[in-house]
Write a protein that binds this ligand. Structure first.
Ligand code: ZN
Length: 65
């Protein structure tokens, strides 16, 4: 019997048995998913601040010349 799961990252069907990267299809997808997860965790407290800083930095009104 072969169990098939869907890779959470790219949604491709992969065999669960004998797959070292399960439930992902490959090491790459595993890292992508882990990265996205960590990224979201880090983004919640810092996203707004970073966004505001970038906007201000882009403003040409101050500091030109
Ligand atoms: Zn995948």
């Amino acid at each position: 019997m072969t169990r098939v799961v869907r890779c959470p990252s790219c949604k491709v069907e992969v065999h669960f048995e004998g797959n070292p990267c399960r439930p992902f299809c490959s090491e790459r997808c595993r890292l992508i998913d882990l990265g996205a997860w960590a990224d979201e965790r880090y983004r919640i407290p810092g996203a707004k601040l970073e966004d505001e800083t970038e906007g201000e930095d882009d403003d040409p009104g101050e500091g030109s010349v």
